[in-house]
Design a protein around this ligand. Structure first.
Ligand code: FES
Length: 366
C-alpha cells in the first residue's frame, strides 16, 4: 500500500459539527484517480487509521475532499480533527479504495443518506448527474442545521432531485423510508449510508421489495448482532507460507496471525473498513463483516479476517506476505499527530506534530 503525503489546503465548516478538509499534494502533483463512493485511510499515528469517504470532484486530480463529523459526546478523535488539524498541516493517507461505487448503467438509483453518510452519496449524485442518469437523493437529518453540503444539494444542478427530511422521529423516519422504497424499479439500485439505526431501518424497508443484488450499503460501525455471535475454533492455512494455524473460539484470524508474527494489514477491527480483506482460496467463510458486497459474499473469494470466521473446519488464505511486510515498514514512519474517523466515534489518543518520527505499528500487526 502506498502512503501519500498531503497538505490540508482548506478547512470549511459545512454544517453544525461537520467540517470538510480539502487535501492536496505539494506542488502540482496529481493525486490517484478514484470513483464516487470511494474512501481513503487517514493515517493518524499511534497505530490508528481511520476511513473517510471522498466527497469532492473525482475529475479534480489535484485535490481530495473528506468531511468529518464531530461526535457528541466525543471520545477524542472527532475533537482532534476539528480542533487540531488546520490549514497547512500535513497528513498521510492511503490510496482511494471503493467497495461502494454506483452502477452507472442502472435504470434508476435511489440514494439514501443520513448525517455524515451524505459524503459518499453526494459524490455518487454528482457522477450520476454528469452521466445524465436517473436518480433521486433523500437526505435525513436531526434538524435543518445538520445537513452538510446543503449549498451543493440545494443550489447545484441536481437540486430538483434532492429531498430533505429534518427532525423526524423514529416512526416518521420509518414511514418515509417505506414510502421511498415502495415499488422497486426494474434494473434500479439502492444505495444507503448513515448511522446504524438508520441503516438497519433502511435495509429492512429495502429488503421487502428490492432484490438483494440491487441493495448497496456502507456502514460506519459493525453490526452488534454479528460481533456478538457464537464462535467455534477452526484451522486457517496460509497458502504461501505452507503453514496451518488454529484459531480458537475466543480469537480472530488476525489475533492468531499476530501471535505467530505474520504481518497483516488492519484498521477498524470491526469488519467495516475493508483494510484486512484477504483472498480466500478454499473453505466456506462465515462472514461477520459489514464491508463485503453481496456479490463478494456469494463468490466466497475474499473475507475480512478481523471478524469473519470459518463456517466449516478450515479456510485456506492466499496471504500476500511480502506486500504486507513492506507496508509495516513504511508505517513505522508515520507521524504522531492524530486525526479522527470521519464518521464514527471510535477512540483516539495523543496529539503532536504531523510527520514526526514516533514509531507506530499504524494498522499493521507484526
Ligand atoms: S480491519 Fe477493517 S474490515 Fe478488517
Amino acid at each position: 500500500m502506498v502512503l501519500i503525503n498531503v497538505e490540508v489546503k482548506k478547512v470549511t465548516r459545512e454544517a453544525y459539527g461537520i467540517r470538510s478538509f480539502l487535501l492536496a499534494k505539494k506542488g502540482l502533483f496529481r493525486l490517484p484517480a478514484y470513483t464516487p463512493g470511494a474512501h481513503i485511510d487517514v493515517y493518524c499515528g499511534e497505530g490508528i487509521i481511520r476511513q473517510c469517504s471522498l466527497c469532492g470532484d473525482p475529475t479534480d486530480r489535484r485535490h481530495l475532499m473528506i468531511a468529518v463529523r464531530q461526535v457528541d459526546p466525543s471520545r477524542g478523535g472527532s475533537d482532534l480533527i476539528h480542533h487540531v488539524v488546520n490549514e497547512g498541516d500535513r497528513l498521510e493517507i492511503g490510496a482511494p479504495r471503493n467497495n461502494f461505487s454506483p452502477d452507472e448503467t442502472a435504470t434508476h438509483s435511489l440514494l439514501l443518506a443520513a448525517g455524515i453518510g451524505i459524503t459518499p452519496i453526494i459524490a455518487m449524485a454528482d457522477r450520476l448527474h454528469a452521466l445524465g442518469q436517473s436518480f433521486e437523493l433523500h437526505h435525513f437529518s436531526r434538524a435543518p442545521e445538520y445537513p452538510a453540503f446543503r449549498g451543493r444539494l440545494t443550489q447545484g444542478s441536481f437540486a430538483d432531485r434532492v429531498t430533505f427530511y429534518e427532525g423526524l422521529d423514529v416512526a416518521r423516519t420509518g414511514r418515509a423510508l417505506d414510502d421511498i422504497l415502495a415499488g422497486p424499479v426494474a434494473g434500479g439500485k439502492v444505495y444507503m449510508c448513515g448511522p446504524g439505526p438508520f441503516m438497519d431501518r433502511t435495509l429492512a424497508a429495502a429488503q421487502v421489495q428490492w432484490p438483494q443484488d440491487a441493495i448497496n450499503l456502507e456502514r460506519f460501525a459493525a453490526k452488534p448482532a454479528l460481533a456478538g455471535a457464537p464462535t467455534k475454533p477452526f484451522d486457517v492455512e496460509l497458502a504461501r507460507r505452507y503453514v496451518t494455524l488454529n484459531v480458537g473460539a475466543d480469537e480472530t484470524i488476525l489475533d492468531v496471525l499476530e501471535t505467530n508474527e505474520v504481518d497483516a494489514a488492519f484498521s477498524c477491527e470491526q469488519g467495516v473498513c475493508g483494510t484486512c480483506v484477504t483472498d480466500l482460496l478454499s473453505g466456506t467463510p462465515e462472514n461477520r463483516d459489514s464491508f463485503l458486497s453481496a456479490g463478494q459474499r456469494t463468490s466466497g473469494n475474499a473475507m475480512c479476517i478481523c471478524v469473519s470466521r470459518a463456517a466449516g473446519e478450515k479456510l485456506v488464505l492466499d496471504f500476500q506476505v511480502e506486500r504486507l511486510r513492506w507496508m509495516s515498514e513504511v508505517s513505522m514512519n508515520i507521524g504522531k499527530r492524530l486525526a479522527s474517523c470521519c464518521a464514527c466515534s471510535q477512540p483516539y489518543t495523543g496529539s503532536s506534530a504531523i510527520g514526526t518520527s514516533n514509531p507506530s505499528k499504524a494498522g499493521v500487526r507484526r
